[in-house]
Design a protein around this ligand. Structure first.
Ligand code: CAA
Length: 384
């Protein structure tokens, strides 16, 4: 029996800004954002579209009625939690209509949370092969207007259904984990935005990747030739490439070109969306599978997960025979094409228009699963 990703999809909010517009507004050379950071567009949300809105849409893309009767665990990974106590997955469970005898909980460790959820799900299904687990990584990545991190913001969710005998990617038992107690990016309770040591975060990301890669080689005996592609956590698309280049030095030109070509395929969606925090690695995986020109069933894909603070994990999966029809490239392309481009003024207005849950009220955002009402701090979501 194999266990892994049976279905996978993402959702992003209906607005975006162009990074050239942002560069002009911030008096920066646009090439810094497009080439230096590697971002072309950035997803933007209204205050009525939160992590539950994104998670519900992403999950709806992949679940059938039968799945709703079979799922027995709902996991939300996020670092944009909306409650210090109650898990977003409990609300998600209701909005999706999942059968009641399920466990639901939320996971936190910066951008690593989605991987923690995935690995929990894999272990659960390995013990209970008839179970299905829904894992949703959902976030709003915000650093503040005019901050150094501003061009690396984004918003959205990735949903994955984990089952026995999955139809897309079976997960292997070769995980290498690494924990290091550092402060490169953190958000103390009460802070709207994270505190970031940008250079330290870049350096720690690259070092962590080198460490887990070397340990993977030592422990599992794999070399680059064993992987048809590597997918990375993508806080901005240049980041994964910097880490990748650090292990390519001694490879032949052909090997470098092969693995870098797959990397470009893995960042196509992120270039237009930005950072999804917990979902970024999995957005990269979707992008790779949906843009790949040379992947085929049986290929091994390596995945590097990084969560500031810092926890990293490198693991791999094999593409399953006949996986192609289970991808949702058309849905994802349409989602990106239908978005509305905002001016920088409109983006700044949305950014500053914060949801105040201490004031009761209703909202006129008529999009599905947006927040319709706040009563006694409780959010209601539009279900029709
Ligand atoms: N043309 C082309 N390139 C240009 C350029 C131009 N005109 N101007 C500058 N650049 C290049 C720079 O040379 C630099 O390239 P290298 O990194 O290859 O040297 C790149 O653009 C960025 O320039 P700076 O380093 O000067 O950028 P910055 O100081 O404004 O900040 C940042 C960059 C640190 C990534 C900042 O955006 C940030 O703090 N982001 C948030 C933190 C982050 O994403 N860290 C990543 C690792 S942590 C993580 O992965 C977890 C997570 O999700 C947050």
């Amino acid at each position: 029996m194999t266990v892994g990703i049976d279905r996978i999809s993402f959702f992003v909010p209906p607005y975006f800004i162009d990074m050239t517009d942002l560069a002009h507004a911030r008096d920066v050379d646009p090439n810094k954002f497009h080439i230096g950071i590697g971002q072309d567009q950035m997803a933007v949300n209204a205050k009525t579209q939160d992590i539950i809105t994104f998670a519900t849409h992403a999950a709806k893309h992949i679940l059938t009625e039968e799945d709703l009767e079979t799922i027995d665990t709902v996991i939300v990974a996020t670092e944009s939690g909306i409650d210090e106590s109650k898990a977003a997955s409990v609300v998600l469970h209701r909005l999706l209509g999942i059968q009641p005898f399920a466990r639901s909980f939320e996971i936190k460790e910066a951008c690593y949370g989605g991987t923690a959820g995935l690995q929990f799900a894999k272990n659960h299904v390995t013990l209970h092969p008839k179970s299905k687990v829904l894992v949703v990584a959902t976030d709003i990545a915000r650093y503040g207007l005019n901050s150094a991190g501003e061009p690396t913001q984004g918003a959205g969710a990735v949903a994955m259904l984990i089952t026995a005998n999955p139809r897309v990617l079976s997960l292997n038992d070769d995980n290498v984990m690494l924990t290091q107690d550092i402060y490169d990016f953190w958000r103390p309770v009460g802070h709207d935005y994270p505190l970031v040591d940008g250079p330290l975060s870049n350096e720690t990301y690259i070092n962590a990747f080198q460490k887990v890669w070397q340990e993977n080689t030592r422990r599992n005996g794999y070399t680059l030739a064993d992987y048809q592609a590597l997918a990375f956590h993508i806080p901005y698309t240049k980041m994964g490439k910097k880490a990748l280049l650090a292990i390519l030095e001694n490879e032949t030109e052909d090997e470098q070109a092969r693995i870098l070509a797959r990397y470009e395929e893995s960042i196509a969606y992120s270039r237009r969306i930005g950072n999804l925090y917990t979902g970024s690695l999995y957005l990269g995986l979707i992008s790779l599978l949906e843009h790949a020109t040379s992947l085929k069933a049986g290929d091994r894909i390596g995945l590097f997960s990084y969560g500031s603070g810092a926890v990293s994990e490198f693991f791999s999966g094999h593409l399953v025979e006949g996986y192609e029809p289970y991808l949702l490239a058309d849905v994802h392309t349409a989602l990106l094409e239908q978005r509305v481009k905002l001016s920088i003024e409109a983006y700044e207005e949305l950014f500053n228009d914060k949801l105040d849950t201490t004031i009761d009220g209703t909202f006129d955002d008529d999009t599905l699963f947006s927040i319709s009402e706040i009563q006694h701090t409780i959010r209601s979501y539009r279900t029709k």
